[in-house]
Design a protein around this ligand. Structure first.
Ligand SMILES: [Zn+2]
Length: 107
């Protein structure tokens, strides 16, 4: 059992929990009942924390959360499988060679 990260608020914490659970990572939300005590204890100690049950999931969980924080996959830059050109996330076709983005081989 290990603390993975601290979420800025409960809504974000729940979102991250969903993302982790979907990825098959067992996790728990801690501190969720403490927000009512806000003002009596330092705010950063009231923030919800995400804990993973299995320490070995840490690298995977960190990667999953990084992607969740950076928004949906189609907002990320991608690399053309044909010519290697890097493209902004809003493009679905390579401007250089016309190859369509392949979501299964997304880098
Ligand atoms: Zn290309």
């Amino acid at each position: 059992m290990k603390k993975l990260t601290r979420a800025p608020n409960l809504i974000t914490a729940h979102h991250w929990m969903n993302v982790l659970t979907t990825a098959g990572i067992a996790c728990e939300l801690h501190n969720r009942y403490l927000s009512g005590a806000m003002g009596e204890i330092p705010a950063d100690q009231c923030a919800p924390e995400i804990w993973i049950l299995d320490d070995r999931d840490e690298a995977l969980a960190t990667g999953v959360l990084d992607r969740a924080r950076n928004g949906p996959a189609n907002a990320r830059a991608w690399r053309c499988q044909h010519c290697g050109e890097w493209l902004e996330g809003q493009f679905t076709v390579c401007w250089q060679c016309g190859t369509a983005r392949d979501p299964l081989n997304d880098e």
